[in-house]
Design a binder for this molecule. Sequence first.
Ligand code: HEC
Ligand code: HEC
Ligand code: HEC
Ligand code: HEC
Length: 500
Amino acid sequence: MSMKLAETIKRKPIIGWAIFLVVMVGVFMLGLLAASITERRAEIATLYNNKKVDITGIEPRNEIWGENYPREYNTWKMTQNMDFRSKHLGNMFDDVLEQRPEMVVLWAGYAFSRDYSAPRGHMHAIEDMRNTLRTGTPGNGEGDMQPGTCWTCKSPDVPRLMHEKGIANYYKAPWSQWGDEVVNPIGCADCHDPVTMNLTITRPALIEAFERQGRDITEATPQEMRSLVCAQCHVEYHFKGDDKYLTFPWDGGFTVEDMEKYYDEAGFTDWTHALSKAPMLKAQHPDYELFMMGPHYQRGLSCADCHMPYVSEGGIKYSNHQIVSPLKNVANTCQVCHRDSEENLKNYVYQYQDKAIEVRNRIEQELAKAHVMAKTAWDNGATESQMQQSLQLIRQAQWRWDFSVASHGGSFHAPVENQRILAHSLDRTMQAQLELQKVLFNLGVADVPMPDISTKDKAQEYIGLDMKTLKDKKENWIKTVVPQWIEKAKSEGRLVTASL
Ligand code: HEC
Ligand code: HEC
Ligand code: HEC
Ligand code: HEC
């Protein structure tokens, strides 16, 4: 072989030169690669060594961190954008009760029947909490509707306050007591240690839930931490006891049944339904728990793999901190692992979502009907013991529906588990109706007229809400009380720029 090559080069020297050139280009490229690797190493080193400000302790002001880490800060700031809509979700404002007025009936007697909108980006967290009718208008002689606990998943001021006032004192205070304290939206200090920049857990409820399961969260791997930082907030929880101590119901496990058992054994009820008088549970947003039941978690993925993809910019690789729907950026999310077209990948998501919505819509209609049937039974003199079984079924049905619906990404994160939960919800809804039919029959009631709940306004009127007064009061409160909070926070140095 080599003899042949030597002879060929002798006869045609141009081939020799060609080989020489190829080798030289190869060497040059290798050199470039080596340079880029050292450069990236140097960049990472500079990132940590060239900090412009020294951050120690709990620093809730995101702007200060921004000085050291402009890329992460600038992408984080983009969570305030409202510029993306997928088929069903996105980062826009959506009035969910307007779209699905049955939900007003499902939540009758509970603050959610006043107001419920789809989640937006993290930078809106404080603003949305202040503006929702669910927090009422405390001050001006009116009491609080909510405890301090409510702020817990909204701001890095929360770990600071817990540190200053004590965890239990922070939770049990009235919500408005922290109005001028909790002012910076979800940010750096919620997820990062300021000195090492390692991911860290700042919310005691998650640490305590692990402890009760006999696990130690400080043993979590870096990949697990890329989900656990989210699990500080995107989970099911309740406010335990008179002190409203934030507690995750995970002692018996993570399934919808495990958590229901926890609540049943604790005799816990979020509220008594205003129409059916059923002892209700309100599911929060069990995103982490449902995600754990799905194919991606089981293959070792973390939340950040899809919601905080890496981006490369001039040789620097960093995590996109604009946490949003992964469908906004399929090339950097799904397509990192799947060799499939953007259209196909989106359609996988939409298929799962459409199928879940099909069942979900049926449940919402039938469950609203079950509440109205129960009300009719009470109105016609039903007794506690006659109603007991139907009310338990309504509690179980609605818990399952809410668990699925409130986990906004659940139909993609864990399609099969989500569909299983919805199926059981529909089953219990129909069982409740069957039981109620028997009660109504015994009471001699032949017909249950359904009220007109075809719009949010009509449904709210039906359950007896005076929305005009609630809205007027809130508008006035936003104009008078909130500016005082912001002013005080600024003058005391807690706020750099007024949040939105
Ligand atoms: C400190 C609590 C907290 C932490 C930590 C947190 N979130 Fe959120 N997240 C929220 C709240 C609250 C909202 C809703 C904000 C609103 O609507 O005003 C939200 C909204 C979202 C949204 C909807 C955004 C949109 O554009 O519609 C996504 C997606 C999301 N979070 C994913 C994550 C992921 C992934 C993590 C972990 C990397 C995480 N979150 C960590 C509290 C948190
Ligand atoms: C909801 C949690 C969360 C918040 C809020 C958050 N980060 Fe991160 N951050 C992460 C995760 C997850 C990573 C990826 C870490 C890993 O892979 O080890 C990360 C990585 C980083 C890194 C390492 C380099 C990189 O980009 O991967 C820096 C620096 C950083 N974040 C800065 C910030 C700054 C500055 C803020 C506030 C403006 C912030 N982070 C807010 C979760 C968060
Ligand atoms: C394999 C990719 C993937 C992983 C991993 C993942 N998600 Fe998602 N997530 C999605 C997709 C896709 C959607 C639906 C987006 C849409 O319809 O626009 C979604 C939706 C969401 C939403 C609803 C967003 C909205 O606008 O209402 C939240 C909240 C969320 N995910 C949080 C999480 C959390 C928390 C984790 C980890 C426990 C996680 N996700 C892990 C892909 C992922
Ligand atoms: C970090 C890698 C990674 C990312 C990012 C990722 N996936 Fe996957 N995905 C996987 C793996 C691994 C599996 C399991 C494949 C298998 O078992 O054949 C999977 C499975 C799937 C499946 C089949 C699910 C099932 O029921 O078994 C679908 C659909 C899918 N992914 C869609 C998506 C979409 C859409 C996105 C973006 C929002 C995405 N994936 C992001 C790695 C990833």
